[in-house]
Design a protein around this ligand. Structure first.
Ligand SMILES: [Mn+2]
Length: 423
């Protein structure tokens, strides 16, 4: 086994994958450089052995936790902008729990933004439900005896405060982001060195927590979803490690390649294309950085921003792209600046770059951070927020944010250059 320690993601808390919206709600978690509880990837066979032992322990512990809650109802919470890794892993957990007669509702409070994620949910009948923020006050949380967090630690979901308020016990926490809050769950498996939560869930399946059966449609579809989740969190397996390949190998016995292809072939919407077009038109390239403000876009289209950044970074002589815009949600009178950074430069740490560029708010929280090659940021508009019918006003507001963001970015891109560049 080769060592992959040099490619350890620095902080994976903010951005899920190139094919998902960067999730940014919990801005200020401190990462822990090591996690004693992790099944870490390491070079020696001794570590390999202890990894297998730890997996066996975890599987036994989870089994016990499920046994202890037979016939209960659990709320499975995933991040506000769920990605394939979260969606598929939550589903796998639901299928496992079903065997113990535990009924799970998989919920998220934000929206499915990326066309591939919408396709994934539709084509596989993935049982995740959107609980919009406005509906949360009317929801009956008292029917749940346990809360399950998958692919998050409660910092990227608006549901968490309702779960806490309702006093639902934390039953299960399965994640691969660095340890965030000191969250205690009855069963915890947090592995910051593992590339995908789908890999963890697949290991559970392989260990026998649920026997996959090719003649059961839901199993085939869930295996397909897990394959998609695993691929998307490992940059199409390019950053996969041995355990991810092993998990993918196991899933290959059950998944539906045609169905996966259908999910991956999903076309971009016209509005996403328009945002990409704006990013191309507005981009300024300097010192191998490509920076583009795209103006206003709808809340449902926020995933167009990371997609535009993905595209801009493919230009020759560009190693880093930053795209940002003001996302507005007409229903909830919400406005926020959302941005995405993509880089192919190994020495550029998006987490550091974003923190350095934008600093902290007055409560000492950073506006974002990133994982290894990608990062997102989110800047509240505060008092200036809220949609305004007056076109001149909206234009002015955009210009103010555009100039301010560019100013902060150029300071890092070209420290000697004090000019304010605007498009
Ligand atoms: Mn993930």
């Amino acid at each position: 086994m080769t060592s992959n320690s040099t490619f350890t993601p620095l902080n994976d808390s903010f951005s899920e994958s190139a094919s998902s919206a960067d999730s940014l709600t919990g801005i200020s978690q401190q990462q822990e450089s090591s996690d004693k509880n992790s099944l870490s990837q390491n070079g020696s066979s001794h570590d390999h052995r202890s990894r297998i032992d730890l997996l066996e322990t975890k599987v036994a512990e989870l089994q016990q936790a499920l046994e202890g809650h037979k016939s209960e109802r659990q709320l499975v919470v995933i991040q506000d902008f769920p990605d394939p890794d979260a969606l598929s892993s939550a589903w796998a957990y639901q299928l496992i729990a079903e065997q113990y007669n535990i009924q799970c509702d998989i919920v998220y409070a934000g929206t499915l933004s990326h066309q591939e994620n919408i396709a994934l949910v539709k084509l596989t009948n993935l049982p995740a439900k959107r609980w919009g923020v406005q509906s949360l006050k009317e929801r009956d949380f008292s029917v749940y005896q346990g809360c399950v967090l998958i692919d998050n630690q409660g910092t990227t979901t608006q549901l968490m405060s309702f779960v806490k308020q309702a006093g639902i016990p934390m039953a299960v926490l399965i994640d691969h982001h660095s340890t965030q809050e000191d969250l205690k769950a009855e069963f915890t498996d947090v592995r910051p060195q593992t590339r995908a939560t789908a890999t963890i869930l697949t290991q559970y399946l392989q260990a026998g927590l649920l026997k996959l059966d090719s003649s059961i449609s839901a199993h085939v579809k869930c295996a397909t979803a897990l394959m998609h989740g695993l691929r998307s969190d490992t940059d199409r397996l390019m950053r996969a490690t041995e355990e991810d390949f092993l998990a993918a190998g196991y899933l290959s016995r059950f998944y539906d390649a045609q169905l996966l292809n259908a999910v991956l072939q999903t076309a971009r919407s016209r509005r996403v294309m328009d945002v990409i077009e704006r990013s191309l038109k507005n981009r300024i390239v300097q010192n191998n950085f490509s920076i583009a403000g795209v103006g206003y876009l709808r809340y449902d289209d926020r995933d167009a921003i990371p997609q535009a950044a993905d595209f801009l970074v493919t230009e020759e002589n560009v190693h880093t792209a930053v795209v940002y815009g003001i996302v507005h949600d007409e229903d909830e009178e919400l406005e926020v600046v959302i941005g995405s950074l993509r880089t192919s430069k190994l020495t550029l740490d998006p987490d550091e770059f974003i923190k350095e560029a934008f600093g902290q708010d007055n409560q000492g929280r950073f506006f974002g951070g990133g994982r290894m090659m990608a990062g997102g940021f989110e800047i509240p508009i505060g008092f200036l927020g809220g949609f305004n019918d007056n076109g001149e006003y909206a234009k002015l507001k955009w210009e103010v944010f555009d100039i301010q963001i560019k100013q902060k970015l150029w300071r890092l891109v070209n420290p000697k250059d004090n000019l304010i560049h605007t498009s």
